[in-house]
Design a protein. Structure first.
Length: 112
């Protein structure tokens, strides 16, 4: 996981982060990436810090971090216990919450 963080921090240009991970669009992109992009525990902190340093907005960072619990690995595991409808409902609610709170935090912190 930390190798991936090192790779991303070295090879992702600041221009790409500033173009796609700022503003309202950045919150939406970050929330969509937060779900399917499985990040091991505590690696998301290092990766988030690198992205924030490259120009990611605080609202987009919060949205991305809040998206971690609805990744596909967790969905597959939980779907063996409950029906897919419950899993899908949880994922939609979690995604909506990550977008709403990311936008709210971005507006309140002045980083959007």
């Amino acid at each position: 996981g930390l190798i991936v963080v090192g790779y991303l921090s070295a090879f992702i240009p600041e221009e790409i982060v500033e173009a796609y991970l700022t503003g309202v669009t950045g919150v939406l992109v970050a929330s969509v990436l937060g779900g399917p992009l499985y990040t091991p525990t505590l690696v998301e902190i290092a990766l988030g810090q690198e992205l924030l340093g490259k120009g990611m907005s605080k609202g987009a960072l919060l949205s991305w971090l809040m998206g971690q619990p609805y990744d596909f690995a967790n969905a597959m595991a939980v779907s063996r216990i409950v029906k897919w409808k419950v899993v899908a409902t949880y994922m939609v609610i979690a995604w909506t919450g990550s977008v709403v709170f990311g936008l709210l935090y971005g507006f309140l912190s002045g980083s959007l």
